[in-house]
Write a protein that binds this ligand. Structure first.
Ligand code: IMP
Ligand code: MG
Length: 189
């Protein structure tokens, strides 16, 4: 990416909600708690592509116990900002989870449609336990109640980008979580 394109991407952000430093401190805190809770257990971090990737990469290095990784890819929003409620598995787990301790690592909990579907899908495979770690929680938007075991930050009802989160596949590589300027959406419609 050119210097100009990089500057333009950050220029599209109206407001930073969570800074890179705040994210790093919280991820460290979560990793220490997870390591203590799962010490001596067969832990698999199951992450949902693609938005959770930066969070997973940082969280696993903050979690200093033996663990395995696996991935699911699900369809959710397409290019818009509203959940349809229709969730589909695009890529399934590579390894069996029966009898193992699964911790789902996700970027954001919004309506709950995606995680409710993912939890049903995982529980059907008879893991020993399934718990949830989310970086961001938007409780104002919840349609399906979901229990959060490890939560990073509660945020207001705003569409956010950065640290993995996208708008139409862009902005995932911003190091912070922010809100886009309204004119960015206007450009596409
Ligand atoms: P839910 O099914 O409505 O809970 O939405 C979960 C998924 O929607 C997340 O994994 C994200 O991919 C996406 N999503 C929800 N809210 C936002 C947001 O504010 N910014 C970017 N993506 C979001
Ligand atoms: Mg997304």
């Amino acid at each position: 990416m050119t210097v100009l394109a990089r500057a333009q991407q950050a220029d599209d952000v109206a407001e930073v909600l969570v800074t890179a430093e705040e994210i790093a401190a919280k991820v460290h805190e979560l990793g220490v708690r997870i390591a203590a809770d799962y010490q001596g257990k067969d832990l698999v971090l199951v992450s949902i592509l693609k938005g959770a990737l930066p969070f997973l990469a940082d969280l696993m290095r903050a979690t200093q116990i033996p663990l395995a990784l696996d991935f699911l890819e699900v369809s959710s929003y397409g290019a818009g900002t509203e959940s349809t409620g229709a969730v589909r598995i695009l890529k399934d787990l590579a390894h069996p989870i029966e009898g193992r301790h699964v911790l789902v690592v996700e970027d954001i909990l919004d309506t709950g449609h995606t995680l409710s579907y993912v939890f049903d899908h995982l529980r059907a495979q008879r893991p020993e336990s399934v718990r949830l770690c989310v970086l961001l929680d938007k409780p104002a938007r919840r349609v399906i109640p979901i229990e959060i075991d490890y939560r990073g930050f509660e945020i207001p009802d705003k569409f956010v980008v950065g640290y993995g989160l996208d708008y139409a596949e862009r902005y995932r590589n911003l190091p912070f979580v922010g809100v886009l300027k309204p004119e960015v959406y206007a450009r596409r419609s």
